[in-house]
Design a binder for this molecule. Structure first.
Ligand SMILES: C[S@@+](CC[C@H](N)C(=O)[O-])C[C@H]1O[C@@H](n2cnc3c(N)ncnc32)[C@H](O)[C@@H]1O
Ligand code: SF4
Length: 479
């Protein structure tokens, strides 16, 4: 166990994440104490450990920052670099993403690419030499950044996100806000009523400000689990003239001919039919409560009508490398437009966490995601967006792959944080992105669906205030 301490508590929580990653890969028992000070633009970091007698490592960095906010960001980054280098030396462990935690790798890479004068070297070099990211992961990030360029938002359009927090059953790995529908029937009607009120307000806002909407994403949960009639009502209020309209149908057991007809009627362009795995024993174990054959049936009904995404998860409990390879091979053989490969993360609120599942070993996790990358890219899929979560097996990543020209705009927007998003429903967080000021502001709705219903009036007001206050927001109508 690594016993970490730091002379000031300012960045302690963020740094602990890095310590935890080392801890998950080593049995070393050592102490590490960090001290840091800044004189002008020089940050000095001193690290002391009991691993070797009198071990002390002092590292100095020349840092540049425009304001307090940036100072903190930069200081924290260099502290991580110093700690990463020292712990790598002390433990012999190297992490696939080096010192990068809590950061969207593609967003960071793009930022560095955009200001070479600030970094004095290419984004690739910064990743490899400063952040200690492996060559393989640097190249994955680089390729993803390149592939996603045509999907990036360049005209200031917005997105709309709609959250439906109900599911047929709760999956063992899931920590999202989602309620098993059979136990929450009473909440269904009031929830959709409130959601529709919020969507109506959103429509007024969009029309009055003449906002261009590029993508609508109805996510969850499992939006289609609320049934055809309620789904029809909700989708009636999701017509914002978007270029892309996704409904994350998700569970094959929540997709049938009636649902498909409703999705078609409303001009939905993209859905998910998520296997997670094609292995029946695993589906049973994780509580998906449907047959592997349901996945094929749902896909056969939807292929050719919508662009289809399939989510897979590497490192599901009891799965071997061969099990996962089989799932990837089947997904590739079915040839949906998108395949998203997640690596299992275990967070509070999931049954796997409660059951004490540790996420398996790092080498198998790496072999799984490597296999997926090789198989998918040789079958013509390209990585077009990616993100990382805390507590992920092997400290790896989630990657969205698409066939040529079939990337999902919303997924790119949400990861690159360059698009304002009007978000409706429980747990939804609206986001105002002012790229020119490098500023993102957020407005969160109540997280729990019941709280959302109880507080809908206050929330509608909060959202209206959030969007109206900003003069920038009105520029299209002012002109
Ligand atoms: C918001 S969930 C909704 C999808 C839909 N309800 C379904 O289950 O098919 C989106 C995706 O996140 C992934 N996911 C959720 N929890 C995860 C976890 N703990 N580890 C890895 N991936 C996870 C799954 O692949 C899931 O399909
Ligand atoms: S993974 Fe999907 S279906 Fe399963 S509980 Fe989470 S949101 Fe619901």
């Amino acid at each position: 166990m690594i016993h970490f301490s730091i002379s000031r508590s300012e960045y302690e929580n963020d740094l602990m994440e890095l310590i935890r990653l080392f801890d998950s890969r080593t049995n070393e028992d050592l102490t590490l104490h960090a001290d840091y000070s800044r004189c002008g633009d020089i940050l000095k970091v001193c690290l002391i450990s009991d691993k070797y007698p009198n071990f002390k490592k002092v590292q100095s960095f020349k840092i540049a920052f425009a304001d307090e906010l940036e100072r903190k960001r930069v200081e924290k980054r260099y502290l991580k670099i110093a700690i990463y280098r020292t712990l790598s030396f002390l433990t012999g462990v190297q992490l696939p993403y080096g010192c990068l935690t809590g950061i969207r790798p593609t967003k960071l890479f793009t930022e560095i690419e955009a200001s070479p004068e600030k970094y004095g070297k290419s984004a690739r070099e910064v990743f490899l030499k400063d952040y200690g990211v492996s060559l393989q992961k640097t190249e994955l990030v680089e390729r993803t950044v390149e592939v996603q360029k045509p999907y990036r938002n360049t005209d200031g359009a917005y997105d709309v996100f709609v959250f439906i927090p109900f599911c047929p059953t709760r999956c063992a790995y899931c920590s999202f806000v989602s309620l098993p529908i059979d136990k929450q029937r009473k909440l269904l009607e009031p929830y959709t009523e409130c959601l529709i009120r919020e969507l109506e307000q959103t429509k007024t806002l969009i029309d009055s400000k003449k906002i261009d909407i590029r993508a609508v994403y109805v996510g969850g949960g499992t939006p289609t689990s609320i049934g055809a009639a309620l789904l029809d009502k909700v989708l009636d209020h999701c017509h914002f003239g978007a270029r892309e309209f996704t409904v994350e149908a998700g569970r094959p057991d929540a997709i049938d001919a009636e649902i498909i007809a409703i999705l078609k009627k409303h001009g939905v362009t993209r859905i998910s039919v998520n296997p997670q795995t094609f292995n029946q024993a695993t589906l049973d174990l994780i509580g998906r409560r449907h047959r592997a054959s349901d996945i094929y049936a749902a896909y056969a009904q939807t292929k050719g009508i919508f662009d289809v995404n399939m989510d897979l998860i590497a490192m599901l409990p009891n799965e071997t490398l061969a099990d996962f390879q089989r799932s990837v091979d089947i997904a590739v053989a079915l040839a949906p437009e998108n395949i998203t490969v997640h690596t299992l993360y275990i967070k509070k609120g999931s049954a796997l966490k409660l059951g004490g599942y540790d996420g398996g070993d790092c080498d198998t996790a790496a072999a799984m995601v490597d296999y997926a990358y090789d198989k998918l890219t040789s079958a013509g899929y390209e990585p077009y967006y990616m993100y990382r979560q805390k507590y992920t097996s092997g400290n790896l990543e989630n990657v969205g792959y698409c066939k040529k020209g079939k990337g999902c705009l919303y997924n790119v927007d949400i990861m690159e944080e360059d698009t304002s998003i009007i978000a409706c429903g429980a747990n939804a967080i609206s986001k105002k992105c002012e790229s020119e000021k490098n500023l993102i502001t957020r407005c969160a709705n109540y997280k729990e669906p019941l709280e959302y219903v109880k507080n809908i009036d206050a929330m509608l007001k909060r959202q209206a205030d959030f969007w109206n206050f900003d003069r920038e927001f009105t520029h299209k109508t002012d002109k």
